[in-house]
Each structure stands twice: as structure tokens, then as C-alpha cells.
Design a protein around this ligand. Structure first.
Ligand SMILES: [Zn+2]
Length: 453
């Protein structure tokens, strides 16, 4: 999104644009999630407490939950009847008035098992696990939640693990407590509203390393303890990447940022304040595109989040645009043409991707590259049309207007029109919705073929 993003060449995501039905009658405000990892079992005991506000009178509401067993549900401290069916947890409280705030607490056991096709969030290591949300609809396999990316909420996540391991999440560590039985509880806080699919939860032999970064940002990296020395130099590249993006988009939207390099193979994706990129990829030292792609998601994805999955080009298109730009400057220092050359290469594939995956803002159910590559081309076409300075002004306006919120494709187009003072509606509508690749402004010689080259 956002958040779900493998490197461009690897990526396939799911984007249906369909809201999740049946849970939309309340606003999720704040979650407290607690999970206990024990070695040698895939079962984890958990508790989720959600504070929410009824948006209509409620005598029944639903959370999304799969892959676990619910033990007990209370609403405002009162034990409450519930049913589980079709990945839903239905709760039957005493009627809640419209506008009433309520708290629902669910005790459950979740089993870290992916579906028969491997589809699911769990990535196991020898003693521990991480989450890799391969689609936007997997977090309800980890804890009961409202699986609606537009309903952002704040989170506290408490991870309990054997003391020799480290429980890790995104957000800020606020408390570490030693528990009986040689266990440690680490409590993390995500104080900015976060989409439900934007979290990371992991346990393993990891070390946290914290230092001061550019512009007062705290850099917090989490790496395998055994590789901490080896990774230190490459981790330091974050400072340059952060400065580069801040110069283009304005202040980093959160107080903390860092990389999480888990053991095992997880690919690459972002969570609020944290990019997960597996240790092997990071150690290879050639992950600059991926790192800037994921870092860009802090602006477009974590802070300004897509309103629906069809709007996800706002996250992926920007991440690819800035990732490719940074990579071009890094590989060809001083060359103004390297970024254009990179865009020209993707332009060559635009028609093929439109045919296979649909246009960036109306993608087919299984897509990913059209939102990334063709979404980036839409931004490039806008920049070619209004010029670099107005383009930067538009981008900064989007980042400011929709900070900590959600933005739709229409929101982006409207902002571009208002800020530039030019009617770019037809241009962007064409690039984002047309079946046929539009001509690239300023590059009449660029060609895009229906057949993959
Ligand atoms: Zn991405």
C-alpha cells in the first residue's frame, strides 16, 4: 500500500476495488493487540481490544477474523454473545446508540498457517515468524479487525516472546517488561492513524539499533543480531535516501523510520515507519530502488493512504516514480536523461500492462504492475505537462492535504487541477483510466506495443 509491494519485476498484488461488506457500520478508532509467541507451536494466544464509534444504532456488528478460534468476547466489559462464520466474527451487544463509543475485546487463539496455495501472511523461521501481507486482505488472519483500508486507526501492539528472542513491530517501542517464565513483553505504539494492512509483527533473534537521523527523525533498524555488524554500512544509506525524498516532498511524515531485515524470504514491503526487506536482499547492497520505493510509501501509502484498492496507484505509482528516479540519479550521476530513459523503458510496456492488468486506476482483480509502472507514467506525464516546479507543488499539496487520511483518484486529480491552475483532468483521466496508452507529452517518439517486448 500502499503497503503491499514487492520489487517491480516480482510483483503481483490483488486489487479488487471492492469494499469489504458487512462491517461498515462503525468507525474503528484505536486497537490494542496482544500476541504471545511460544517456541515449538504455531498457536498464539491473543487479545484484541478495539475502541470504535457506532455510525448507526447497532445490535449486531462484525469484525473480520480467520485462522483462529475465538474464546470470549466482551463489549464495554460485559460478556457478549458472538458467532463466527465465513471469516467474520459477529457480535451481538445490547443496542448501541448511533454515535456511541464502545469497546469490544476478543480473546482468541490464532494458528500461524497459510492457505493450501501458500496464500496468507505468515513467514516462519526456525524460532520465530514475520508477517508478509501479500494482499490487502490478510491482517484478519493475524487478529480480529475491521478489514477496511479506508478506516485508519491508531494501534498499540504488545508482543510477548521468550526472553532470548525479540518481539518486533512497526511504530515506537514504549515499554519492555520482563514476565514470569523467562518471557519479555514489548509494547509498541503507532500513534498516527494507520490502515489495517500496514502493520508488521515479528519474533526472532533480532536486535534494535536506534540513532539520530536527518531532520530530527529517529532511525530505528531491526536486524538479525548475528548480522548487525555486517549490515551497519548499508543501513547508513537510509540517511541519504531520507534527505533526497524530503527535499522533494517536504518533511518526513512520522517521527521514526527504519528497516526491518528479517531472516528468511519475505520480499519487500512497507509498514508505517518501517520497511521490511529481507536480510539477504539488504546484504547484497543493490537494494536502492527497493529502499526508496518503500521509503516513499511513508508519504504515499502510510500517511496519505489509498481510499480503495483501485486508488492504490497513488501509493504504488508514487513509490515506483521516486524509486526509479533515485535509482537513475544514483546509477548515472549528473545525467538528466537517465530518469527519462527509465520512464521510456516502462512506457514501452504500458500498453501490454493495460491489456493484461487494466489501467492503473481501474485495475483487474489480479494486478500490481499497472498500478506501479503505469501509475508512475501518469505522474511523469503530469510533470512533463505542468513542469517540474508545479509538479512538486502538486505533490506537496497532496501530502499536506491528505496527511494521516485517505485520498481517492478523484482527490488527486482535483488537487492537481487546483494547485496547477490548469485543466489536467483530461490528461490524468486518460492516463489513469484509458484502455489505450496515451502519448507521452514531450516525447512523441516513445512507443508502446501491445505485445511484450
Ligand atoms: Zn510498493
Amino acid at each position: 500500500m500502499s503497503s503491499v509491494c514487492m520489487a517491480l519485476v516480482l510483483g503481483t498484488g490483488t486489487a479488487t476495488g471492492q469494499p469489504v461488506a458487512g462491517t461498515g457500520d462503525y468507525d474503528a478508532l484505536d486497537y490494542t493487540v496482544s500476541l504471545e509467541y511460544r517456541s515449538a507451536t504455531k498457536d498464539m494466544d491473543g487479545t484484541t481490544t478495539l475502541r470504535a464509534r457506532a455510525t448507526q444504532p447497532l445490535s449486531r456488528f462484525a469484525l473480520d477474523f480467520a485462522g483462529g478460534k475465538v474464546g470470549k468476547v466482551t463489549v464495554d466489559g460485559r460478556r457478549t454473545r458472538f458467532e463466527t462464520r465465513d471469516e467474520k466474527l459477529y457480535v451481538f451487544p445490547r443496542e448501541l446508540a448511533r454515535g456511541a463509543e464502545f469497546t469490544v475485546t476478543v480473546d482468541y487463539t490464532v494458528t500461524r498457517t497459510n492457505g493450501p496455495d501458500g496464500h496468507g501472511p505468515w513467514r516462519e523461521i526456525e524460532d520465530g515468524f514475520a508477517i508478509s501481507p501479500q494482499t490487502h486482505e490478510t491482517m484478519h488472519h493475524v487478529f480480529p479487525c475491521k478489514n477496511d483500508i479506508a478506516d485508519k486507526a491508531t494501534y498499540t501492539v504488545n508482543v510477548i516472546a521468550p526472553a532470548r528472542l525479540t518481539g518486533v513491530t512497526n511504530g515506537d517501542l514504549v515499554e519492555t517488561t520482563q514476565l514470569a517464565g523467562d518471557r519479555t513483553a514489548r509494547k509498541y505504539r503507532m500513534a498516527y492513524p494507520m490502515p489495517v494492512d500496514d502493520g508488521q509483527i515479528a519474533v526472532g533473534p533480532y536486535s534494535r539499533m536506534t540513532r539520530s537521523g536527518p531532520d530530527g527523525v529517529t532511525i530505528r533498524d531491526v536486524v538479525p543480531t548475528a548480522q548487525a555488524g555486517q549490515l551497519r554500512e548499508t543501513l547508513g544509506r537510509t540517511d541519504d535516501q531520507l534527505r533526497w525524498l524530503t527535499a522533494k516532498l517536504g518533511a518526513y511524515p512520522f517521527g521514526t523510520y527504519g528497516l526491518f531485515a528479517p531472516l528468511g524470504s519475505v520480499g519487500a514491503f512497507e509498514s508505517q515507519t518501517m520497511s521490511t526487506i529481507d536480510a539477504a536482499t539488504l546484504a547484497s547492497g543493490t537494494a536502492d530502488y527497493v529502499r526508496v520505493h518503500e521509503l516513499n510509501h511513508q508519504w504515499f501509502g502510510a500517511s496519505v493512504s489509498p481510499k480503495t484498492l483501485a486508488d492504490n496507484w497513488i501509493a504504488e505509482g508514487h513509490a515506483h516514480f521516486y524509486g526509479a528516479w533515485y535509482d537513475a540519479e544514483l546509477s548515472h550521476p549528473g545525467s538528466a536523461d537517465a530518469f527519462a530513459e527509465s520512464m521510456r523503458m516502462f512506457y514501452g510496456m504500458d500498453q501490454h500492462l493495460r491489456d493484461v492488468e487494466g489501467p492503473p486506476a481501474a485495475p483487474k482483480p489480479v494486478s500490481g504492475q499497472t498500478q506501479r509502472a503505469n501509475g508512475a507514467l501518469a505522474l511523469y506525464a503530469l510533470r512533463q505537462t505542468v513542469g517540474p516546479q508545479l509538479f512538486e507543488k502538486i505533490e506537496r499539496a497532496v501530502v499536506t492535504r491528505f496527511k494521516d487520511g485517505v485520498a481517492s483518484t478523484a482527490d488527486y486529480i482535483r488537487t492537481a487541477r487546483e494547485v496547477s491552475g490548469r485543466d489536467v483532468t483530461a490528461l490524468l483521466t486518460d492516463w489513469l483510466y484509458a484502455k489505450k496508452t496515451p502519448p507521452m507529452p514531450g516525447h512523441p517518439d516513445w512507443k508502446s506495443d501491445a505485445v511484450a517486448s
